[in-house]
Design a binder for this molecule. Structure first.
Ligand code: ZN
Length: 854
C-alpha cells in the first residue's frame, strides 16, 4: 500500500519547485502513447464571428463579471477558520452544497480568459478574478494544513461514509467541481499556484479514499459524486503522482462498466448526471493510460450508444426528473422536467472525447445536434441566464435561473457552456483539417501556417464559404463534415474559386485537398429539408427538424406561472389547455402515411425565413414553427400528436412507415432516432398489423430497412393473424452501430388477393433493431436452396450438423438469409425436430426432394 512520506517544510517547498519546473518543461509527464486520432485547437486559435453566438458569449461574460468571487469564497474561508466580511449568495450557495459554484466559476473564468484575448480590459478582469480566487484558496489550504479546501467542514464526507449522522448531501460532487476548476485554471490560464493547491487537495483526497474499506466505498459511490475519477486522472496527468491515479480508481464502479460494456442497458431509473461522468472518467482513463485500458473505451462507446438510442429526445437531451427512464420510453415521460442541462453538458464532453479517439463522424453529428438544440437552447439571449430543465411536454416553457438566487448545478454548467462555444468547431490530426460545424468563425492554425475565415448561416442559407487568409506552400487536406441531415437524394457539393470540384464523401467527410493560396474561396452547398422524428413508443407523436435545427411552435403566453420544488428548483406549469394534437386532413388526398412520408410538402418554409407552416391539417393557420433554440419566451411545442385516417386501401408497394403497433409484450422502448425516420424499436415478441392492403398485383418479395441492429432477428410475414400462414421470412442481420442502415429482402408467396398482414418480430430476447420502413416488391428475390443452411449452395452433412447445433441451442441462427425457408424442410412454419428427421432421411436417400410435405 502506498503511503505519503512525511516531509519537512523545506523539502516540500523543494518538491513543489521541482514539480513546477518539470511541469513547465513537459506539460504532461504521463508518457503513454496517445490514442487520440484528432486534436482540438487551442481556443485562442478559433474566433467566433456568428452574431448569435457572439452575443451568447458576451452575455455570459457580463454575468461572470456581475458575480463577486469574494461572496463565493465565504464558506471556504469560514471552513478554514479565516474571517470574512462578505455574505454568501442565496439558492444552492446557501445549502450544504455550497461551494460548487466556485468550481464552475473557476472553469468558466479560465475559458473566458482564453477567449477574451482580443479585449485587454476584459481579459485583465478575468485574470484578476482568477488570481484572487487562487490566492484565497491557497490561504485557506495553508491555514488548515491538511490540504483540504471546501466550503463546508469534512463532516459532510463523514455523513456520506456513514460515520456521522446528518442530512445527506453530495460533497464529492462539489469536490469534483473545485478540482476541475483548479485544473482548468492551471491548464488554460497558467497560474502555477492552482496546480500546487490542486495537488495538495489531491493528496487529501487520496488519504481520505485510501482509508475506505469496500463497504464504505460502495456506500460513498451510491451518492452523486460527479466526475471524481475524471478530475483525478486529469490531475495525475499534470502531477504524475501515483496516489492521484490510485485515488481516481477508488471512484470507479467495475460492475457497472462491465455491464454496460457488454451491451446490457441497465440505465433505467439511474440518476443521469451521476452516471454520465462515470463514463467520461472511463474514456479519460483510456486516453491517459493507453491501449491497455481498451475495456474502458468499450464501456464508454456502449454507454453512448445506449443513451443516444434509448434515452434521447430529438434535441439531443435526456432524462426526466434527472433520471434515465425505461429504454425507449420517451413519449411516456415527456413533461416539464426533461433534459437537465448538466446532462447535455456532460454528454457533449463524452462525445467530444469519443470523437477525438475514434474520428467517427457520428459523434460530430450528435455534437452539432445537441450543441444547438440543448446548449444554445438553454440560454436566454437577452439576460444570459440559463435553464435547469427543458420541457419536452407540449405546452410548457423554459424557466431560466435567477442571477444570484438559484445557483443550481445547471447555472454552473451554463457558465462553462457559454465560455467554450468555439472549442469543437475545428479539429486536426496534425496534417488534415476537420471542419465539424458550420458556424461563422476564423481559424488560425499557426503550427501549419493555415488560417481561414468561415461564413455560415446554416440552415437559413445552404451555402457556407471559406476564405483562405494564409497558407503553407504544401498541400493541405480540408475535411468537411457531410451532415446527417442533408436532404434525401441530395448531397453536399463544393466549388473552389467558382469551379465545381469533384469530391466524394468518405467516412462522413468531404475531402478537398490542394495547395491553398491566399484569397482562395471555397463554397460548400449543404441542402437541408424538413425531416421528421417520431417517438417510437408512440408512433403518432412527432417532432420536426430543418437541417440541424429542431423546430418548435409557439403556444401562447397565457398564465406563465412557475412552481417551486425540491431545492429551490423552479419549473414551468401548464394550467391552460394547449392544442397538442394535429389532425391530418383526410378529405384530401393526404393520408397520414402520405403526409408523413412527404413531410417537406406539408410543413412548408416561408421564403427567406426559418419559419414553417402546415398544409392539409386543422392547424395550417395557427401554428408557426421556428428554431427551438431561439425560443425563450412563451409556451412551446416540439412534439405533436398526429391524427389522421386512411382513405381507401393501401398500396403495399409504397414504402410504409408504421403508424402503430400492437404488441404482445408491449414494445419496450423506442427512440426518436437521430436524424432518421426510424419507426420502430423492435424487441423480440413484438408484432405489427397492417390491414386493408391491396395485394391484387401479386407481390413476390418484401424488403425492410433496419438500423442499429445489434442482434440478428427475423420478420415473419403472416396472413390473417399472428399465428396465420407464414408467407415469408425476412432475416435482419446484425449491423451494429447508430445510424447503420441495411435493407433485407426475402421472397413471399401466396398473398394475392389477401388484405391483412402481420409482421412478427423474433430473435434473441430484448432489443433487436429499429425498423425504418418496409414495402412489398415485384422483383424476384433469389430463392433459397432448401436445406442449405450455411449458404454454400450445397445440401450436405455440414448443414445437418448445423441444424443439430441449432436444435440444441448452441447457435441461434443460420448464416443463410431467409433461414426459415432454408431450414423448414416440411413447410410447417417452424424449424424443429421433425425437420431434422426429414433432413436425415433426405441425406440417406429415402426422400428425393425438399421440401418434403407429407
Ligand atoms: Zn444540473
Amino acid at each position: 500500500m502506498f503511503k505519503n512520506p512525511k516531509k519537512s517544510i523545506g523539502s516540500s517547498v523543494l518538491c513543489v519547485f521541482a514539480l513546477l519546473l518539470l511541469t513547465l518543461l513537459t506539460p504532461s509527464i504521463v508518457s503513454a502513447e496517445s490514442v487520440d486520432k484528432l486534436q482540438p485547437f487551442d481556443m485562442e486559435q478559433v474566433n467566433i464571428t456568428d452574431t448569435y453566438l457572439a452575443n451568447a458569449f458576451n452575455k455570459e461574460i457580463s454575468y461572470l463579471q456581475s458575480i463577486d468571487p469574494n461572496r463565493l469564497l465565504v464558506g471556504y474561508r469560514q471552513t478554514a477558520g479565516l474571517s470574512t466580511s462578505y455574505s454568501k449568495y442565496g439558492g444552492w450557495e446557501n445549502t450544504p452544497l455550497k461551494g460548487h459554484t466556485l468550481g464552475h466559476y473557476m472553469s468558466a473564468l479560465a475559458q473566458a480568459y482564453k477567449n477574451t484575448k482580443s479585449n485587454a480590459t476584459v481579459n485583465a478582469d478575468m485574470k484578476k478574478r482568477i488570481d484572487l480566487i487562487i490566492s484565497e484558496l491557497q490561504q485557506c489550504q495553508n491555514k488548515r494544513g491538511d490540504g483540504y479546501i471546501y466550503a463546508e467542514t469534512p463532516e459532510q464526507f463523514n455523513v456520506v461514509e456513514g460515520k456521522a449522522t446528518g442530512t445527506l448531501w453530495a460533497p464529492w460532487y462539489t469536490m469534483h467541481k473545485i478540482m476541475s476548476g483548479l485544473i482548468s485554471i492551471y491548464e488554460l490560464e497558467g497560474n502555477p499556484t492552482a496546480l500546487t493547491v490542486a495537488s495538495k487537495l489531491g493528496d487529501w483526497i487520496y488519504n481520505r479514499v485510501n482509508a475506505w474499506d469496500s463497504a464504505t466505498q460502495a456506500k460513498v459511490l451510491g451518492v452523486e459524486y460527479g466526475g471524481m475519477n475524471d478530475c483525478l486522472i486529469e490531475l495525475y496527468k499534470l502531477t504524475g503522482k501515483s496516489n492521484h491515479l490510485a485515488a481516481a480508481k477508488k471512484f470507479e464502479e467495475p460492475s457497472l462498466l462491465n455491464t454496460i460494456a457488454s451491451g446490457n442497458n441497465v440505465l433505467a431509473g439511474k440518476h443521469a448526471n451521476t452516471t454520465i461522468p462515470k463514463f467520461i472518467g472511463a474514456i479519460n482513463r483510456y486516453r491517459t493510460l493507453g491501449t491497455s485500458e481498451a475495456s474502458y473505451l468499450t464501456a464508454a462507446q456502449q454507454f453512448w450508444n445506449m443513451v443516444i438510442r434509448d434515452h434521447t429526445y430529438v434535441t439531443g437531451g435526456n432524462s426526466q426528473w434527472e433520471a434515465f427512464r425505461a429504454a425507449g420510453k420517451l413519449d411516456q415521460y415527456r413533461d416539464e422536467v426533461n433534459n437537465e442541462t448538466c446532462n447535455s453538458y456532460n454528454m457533449l464532453k463524452l462525445t467530444r472525447e469519443l470523437f477525438q479517439v475514434t474520428g467517427d463522424v457520428k459523434y460530430a453529428d450528435f455534437y452539432e445536434r445537441s450543441f444547438i438544440n440543448e446548449i444554445l437552447a438553454s440560454q436566454n439571449p437577452e439576460t444570459g441566464m440559463t435553464t435547469y430543465f427543458k420541457p419536452m411536454g407540449t405546452g410548457y416553457f423554459k424557466v431560466f435561473s435567477k442571477p444570484f438566487d438559484n445557483f443550481w448545478c445547471c447555472t454552473g454548467t451554463g457558465m462553462e457552456n457559454f465560455t467554450k462555444l468555439n472549442d469543437s468547431i475545428y479539429f486536426n490530426n496534425g496534417s488534415d483539417l476537420y471542419v465539424n460545424m458550420y458556424i461563422s468563425s476564423t481559424l488560425n492554425w499557426s503550427e501549419k501556417g493555415l488560417s481561414l475565415t468561415q461564413k455560415a448561416d446554416v440552415p437559413l442559407s445552404d451555402t457556407v464559404t471559406f476564405t483562405i487568409d494564409s497558407a503553407p506552400s504544401s498541400e493541405v487536406k480540408i475535411k468537411f463534415r457531410s451532415p446527417y441531415w442533408v436532404a434525401a437524394d441530395k448531397k453536399v457539393t463544393v466549388k473552389v474559386n467558382g469551379s465545381s470540384v469533384n469530391a466524394s464523401v468518405v467516412n462522413g467527410y468531404l475531402d478537398v485537398s490542394r495547395v491553398w493560396k491566399v484569397g482562395d474561396k471555397l463554397e460548400l452547398t449543404i441542402p437541408a429539408e424538413v425531416q421528421i422524428s417520431r417517438c417510437t413508443d408512440n408512433q403518432n407523436v412527432a417532432a420536426f427538424t430543418y437541417g440541424p435545427v429542431v423546430l418548435c411552435a409557439g403556444l401562447g403566453n397565457e398564465s406563465m406561472t412557475t412552481s417551486s420544488v425540491g431545492w429551490n428548483v423552479t419549473t414551468a406549469t401548464k394550467t391552460v389547455t394547449v392544442k397538442d394534437t394535429i389532425n391530418i386532413n383526410s378529405t384530401t388526398s393526404a393520408s397520414l402515411d402520405d403526409w408523413l412520408g412527404n413531410i417537406s410538402k406539408y410543413l412548408v418554409q416561408t421564403p427567406g425565413k426559418l419559419e414553417f407552416t402546415f398544409k392539409e391539417t386543422d392547424s395550417d393557420n395557427n401554428l408557426v414553427f421556428a428554431p427551438y433554440y431561439k425560443k425563450y419566451t412563451g409556451r412551446y411545442g416540439i412534439y405533436f400528436t398526429l391524427k389522421g385516417s386512411f382513405t381507401g386501401s393501401r398500396n403495399p408497394f409504397d414504402r410504409i412507415e408504421a403508424e402503430s403497433y400492437n404488441t404482445q409484450s408491449g414494445i419496450q422502448g423506442v427512440t426518436c432516432d437521430e436524424g432518421t425516420s426510424a419507426i420502430g424499436y423492435i424487441e423480440n415478441g413484438d408484432y405489427a398489423v397492417y390491414n386493408n392492403m391491396d395485394f391484387d398485383s401479386g407481390a413476390v418479395g418484401f424488403v425492410a430497412r433496419a438500423s442499429s441492429a445489434e442482434k440478428a432477428g427475423k420478420i415473419e410475414i403472416r396472413l390473417d393473424s399472428i399465428t396465420g400462414p407464414l408467407v415469408g421470412t425476412c432475416q435482419i442481420s446484425s449491423t451494429g452501430g447508430w445510424q447503420t442502415f441495411s435493407d433485407s429482402k426475402c421472397s413471399v408467396s401466396g398473398i394475392s388477393g389477401k388484405h391483412n398482414v402481420y409482421l412478427k418480430f423474433t430473435g434473441e430476447s430484448g432489443y433487436l433493431f429499429n425498423l425504418n420502413w418496409f414495402k412489398f416488391i415485384k422483383e424476384e428475390v433469389p430463392s433459397v436452396l432448401i436445406g442449405d443452411l450455411n449458404g454454400d449452395n450445397a445440401v450436405d452433412a455440414t448443414d445437418l450438423a448445423m441444424m443439430k447445433m441449432y436444435l440444441l441451442g448452441i447457435i441461434n441462427d443460420f448464416p443463410v438469409q431467409n433461414d426459415i425457408e432454408a431450414g423448414d424442410l416440411n413447410k410447417d412454419g417452424v424449424i424443429d425436430a421433425l425437420d431434422f428427421v426429414v433432413f436425415k432421411k433426405y441425406l440417406l436417400g429415402s426422400i428425393e426432394k425438399l421440401p418434403y410435405t407429407n
